[in-house]
Each structure stands twice: as C-alpha cells, then as structure tokens.
Design a protein around this ligand. Structure first.
Ligand code: SF4
Length: 434
C-alpha cells in the first residue's frame, strides 16, 4: 500500500475520505463551504475527530447550505453550544454564520464561490507528482494569498495551513503520491509549480527544526503520514512517561485525541464537584471547559469574577483543579512557570484533585530541556498572549529578565506527590497549548 494512505488506514471513515474525496475536484459551492467549515473546526484538534463528527455537523448546520447558514439566528447558534456531537467552541460555531455571509458576498461578486476559488489556480488543478510524503507541503504561496484575502473579508479560522488543507479537500491541489492507487490526475496547471517546490523546501527545513511542535501543520498537509509516525512514537513513549508518573505517586493516562482526553477527564470529575482552573488553554482546546459549564458541575470561571483574589481563593478550596504543564520530562517530572503564582500554588497544595491536560508537544527528554522549553517557548508566547512588556515578548526567547511584567516569578517542579490519587496527568497525542 502506498504511504499516501497511511494517515487513513484502519479507520473506515478516514479511508473513505482519502479514497473518494481528498484531492478530488469539486465545483460545488455548498460542498466547498462544508470543507472550509470542517477544516476550520479542526484547528487545535485532529482531522480524524472532525471527520467522525461530520454527520452531526451537517445536521447542526443545515447540511452546510450556505444561504441557510448565513441566516442562522443567535439562538440557533447558542443551542449548538450544548450539542455534544460537534466541537462546542463558541468562536468556531459562530464563525460558520459569519463565513457563510462573506461567502454569499463572494458569490455576488464572482458569480459563485467556485469561480472565486478556482481563479487562484487558473481553473486547473495543481498536481505535485510527489513521490514521498516528506515532499508534500503544508502551505503554499497560493494558500497564503487565499488566506489573506479571506481574512480581509472578515472570515475566521482560515489561516494559510487551513486553506492549503482546504485546497486539497476540494481538489485544487492533488497531493496523492504518484504510487497511490486512489490518485486521479486532474487537468494539471503545472506538473510541479515553482510555488509548490518552494513551499516543499520550506516545509522540509522547518520540519527538521521542530518536529513535534509542527504536528498540527503536518496534519493539515499531505504529510499526514508523517504525523502518524510522530503519533506512533508518542504512543510508544507514553508508557515510559506513565511509569515515571507512577513512580512519583501520580497517575498518568494516554488519550489518542482531544475527545478521548475529555472523556477521561470527565470520568475523574464526579457530578456536582466544584471545578476551577488556572488559565489552561489545553482544557479549552479539548472541549472540557464547555462540558463543565453545565448544571452537572459547579464550574468556577475566574474570568467571570471581578474580584480576582476571591476567585483565586475559591480555587484553593475546589474539589478539582485543572491545568496544563509548560513542559514535562519523559520520566514524569512536571514543570510550570507562573507570574501570579495562583496556578503553581494550586497545583502544589489546595484542591483535592489536580488534573493536568498535557499535549505530547510538551514532552522533553530531561529536566534541563524541559526548563529550556518552558522559558524559551511557553513563556515568550504567554507573555505575548497576555500583552506583557517583557524582553521575551519581543525577542521570542528568555532574556532572564526582572521586568515588572515578568511571568516567571515562580517555577514549580513537581517531582513527587505526597498524596496518591491527587495529581492525574492526561497525555494527549496532539499538539495542545504551547
Ligand atoms: S524571565 Fe523574563 S524574559 Fe525570561 S521568559 Fe520569563 S518573562 Fe520572559
């Protein structure tokens, strides 16, 4: 079997998609809109997760008929926030209506969404004639141009990696490998365009530099097989991490994707429990926060409290505290950095149960590299996210500052838990947070 199909093999839904839809030319506006929405929904999640929810998405969004999505009411969209068949992310759900409205404007301007899209490739499929998955790009100049224009029109979840994957999904590019039996050559514009070659070279260079943190981009590209190799390696590594956690009186779990991680987390949280968290992007990304904001749980959202100190104090007395890790070692040592110190203090002591959601992109070989990751990857991004005027927010790397804005006041290294059954770590075979 061609390695082209490796990312789909063994999963009937994914195989069907690879064999009969992926890279097949479509000129249907509603289908194109469906694929754009599904690709957008997959941001931060696996494509597999979204494909398994496709029917629920079709039901929720009127079969992705553009004109009907464009006039969905606030009430209809709000109702989808409790639909557990889809990803309950407010921004993603509301983006469907906004994007549909913008697509309707494009239809007026160009006659159809199809005419607008295919003009980017002069009406002809770009065929890469790739021989192996490493050659397949994650972005191209065309996907960047398309992304830029869609964003200018006010659309969201349309970054250049998403638009490249979208171009594959409607056949604007054909990235089936040459030896793939499901390859169906379209009318190629240019057997290997210079645009494609440049993108492939760029992709290869970056992949070598940051193989784990690029898993998201690879998934969106024809390099999905490469991602499968990373996932396989993560699966093999997870046993070692879980053993390391056990030796440190903590409990580890391994989830193949966000959906499974959410299920594990919910199985650890009894109904009626008071739950709080410390700015955990990963818990939001896997849909756990949406699931907790129901009557079944007493979810304490600190963002809703004007008195932040009161919210932080409530956190110490909660039944469950959710967080992530800035980095973790392969033998189970957990590293967190904090500016306000509420997060590290709650992990160290306070809530009866601590659940950490950790994407496999956070795993480092040893304590030294984990600390470097926390200071040179997580901290600069968080400093930017919170608008802090720290040197790292400008340079992208730790300058060991003593800025009043520093987010590195405390470093918590959790190497052992005094209390068994207190700290639970859910490793997720995806790239979560940063
Ligand atoms: S110590 Fe300062 S420069 Fe270094 S990561 Fe923290 S905030 Fe950024």
């Amino acid at each position: 079997m061609s390695e082209c199909r490796a990312w789909a093999a063994g999963d009937p839904i994914m195989e069907e998609y690879h064999d009969h839809e992926w890279c097949k030319v479509s000129h249907d506006d509603d289908f194109q809109f469906e694929m754009l929405c599904l690709e957008g929904a997959s941001v931060g999640l696996s494509w597999r997760t979204i494909m398994h929810k496709r029917e629920a998405y079709r039901t929720a969004f009127h079969g992705f008929r553009i004109s009907e999505c464009a006039k969905m009411t606030d009430e209809e969209l709000e109702a989808q926030l409790t639909n557990d068949g889809i990803i309950r992310n407010r921004s993603k759900i509301f983006s469907v209506r906004k994007n549909a409205q913008e697509v309707m404007k494009i239809q007026e301007e160009y006659g159809s969404f199809d005419a607008y899209l295919w003009a980017y490739v002069d009406g002809k499929q770009i065929d890469g004639h790739w021989k192996n998955v490493q050659e397949v790009p994650a972005v191209s100049e065309i996907s960047e141009k398309l992304s830029k224009d869609l964003r200018k029109r006010g659309m969201s979840f349309v970054g250049p990696v998403i638009t490249y994957s979208f171009m594959q999904s409607i056949g604007m590019v054909n990235d089936h490998l040459c030896d793939c039996e499901f390859r169906e050559a379209g009318e190629a514009a240019d057997p290997v365009s210079s645009d494609h070659k440049v993108a492939a070279e760029q992709t290869t260079r970056v992949t070598v530099q940051r193989s784990t943190d690029r898993s998201e981009e690879r998934r969106k590209s024809g390099g999905r097989a490469m991602e499968d190799m990373v996932k396989k390696r993560n699966r093999l590594l997870s046993g070692r991490i879980i053993s390391g956690l056990k030796s440190r009186n903590m409990t580890g779990y391994f989830a193949e994707d966000a959906e499974e991680a959410k299920k594990i987390a919910l199985s650890l949280i009894p109904e009626g429990a008071s739950v709080t968290m410390g700015g955990c992007m990963s818990a939001r990304e896997i849909g756990l926060v949406d699931a907790l904001e129901t009557v079944k749980y007493n979810f304490i959202d600190r963002d809703r409290y004007e008195d932040k100190r009161q919210a932080m104090l409530l956190a110490y007395d909660a039944d469950v505290f959710l967080s992530s890790a800035n980095a973790m070692t392969e033998d189970g040592v957990i590293i967190n950095i904090d500016g306000n110190s509420n997060r590290v203090s709650a992990i160290a002591q306070g809530p009866r149960k601590v659940i950490l959601i950790v994407g496999m992109n956070k795993i480092c070989p040893d304590a030294d590299s984990a600390m470097k990751r926390a200071r040179n990857v997580a901290a600069p991004i968080n400093a930017q996210r919170f608008g802090q005027a720290t040197p790292c927010a400008k340079t992208g790397a730790c300058m060991d500052c003593k800025s009043p804005d520093t987010i590195c006041c405390q470093f918590l290294i959790t190497r052992f838990s005094k209390h068994a059954d207190r700290i639970h770590v859910i490793l997720v075979n995806e790239s979560l947070g940063f």
